[in-house]
Design a protein around this ligand. Structure first.
Ligand code: FES
Length: 165
């Protein structure tokens, strides 16, 4: 019997102004969230191109979340409303491709909501753990290539964050 617990790989795209700071706050207040999540910082949730999500899944992520400022509090006026609309469409599309809705999540978290963000991440990890690995047979899963590709994505995002506006 195999009693090794499945540890899902979760990729999170977080807005710099709210949710990334919430994740920081969770860390500094010692509210530990599941270590399964790899965070990628972007200036705004509106920056999350649907291809980023598809790329994360295609690289072997078992779940992906996008986290941003609450509606009405986006630093780029109404970009997170765009995020919301994209999320609904993308989640529907992913379902058509056989990816369960629990694997793709949108989380709103202000900079003060470290606890809430951590709880949402924990909940997602548990839901994806119950679903098991995302079994797209044609996809490369894990390994050095996966790690390198993730680093590449994080670097691309960092460059974007640092670019003058
Ligand atoms: S700046 Fe946070 S979602 Fe737009």
């Amino acid at each position: 019997m195999n009693d090794v617990r499945f540890e899902p790989k979760i990729i999170g795209f977080l807005c710099n102004w709210c949710s990334y700071r919430a994740a920081d706050l969770a860390g500094t207040s010692r509210r530990l969230y599941a270590p399964n999540a790899r965070m990628i910082r972007l200036m705004c949730s509106g920056r999350v191109d649907p291809t980023f999500v598809l790329k994360a899944f295609s690289l072997g992520a078992d779940g992906v979340f996008v986290a941003g400022c609450h509606p009405g509090e986006c630093h780029y006026v109404e970009q997170n409303y765009k995020t919301m609309r994209r999320f609904i469409l993308l989640r529907y599309t992913l379902e058509q491709l056989g990816i369960e809705p629990q694997r793709f999540r949108l989380i709103w978290a202000s900079a003060a909501e470290g606890q809430q963000l951590a709880a949402a991440i924990d909940e997602m990890v548990e839901q994806v753990r119950e679903l098991g690995p995302l079994d797209w047979p044609e996809l490369p899963v894990g390994g050095d290539a996966y790690e390198e590709a993730l680093e590449g994505m994080a670097q691309e995002s960092e460059e974007w964050v640092e670019a003058p506006v």
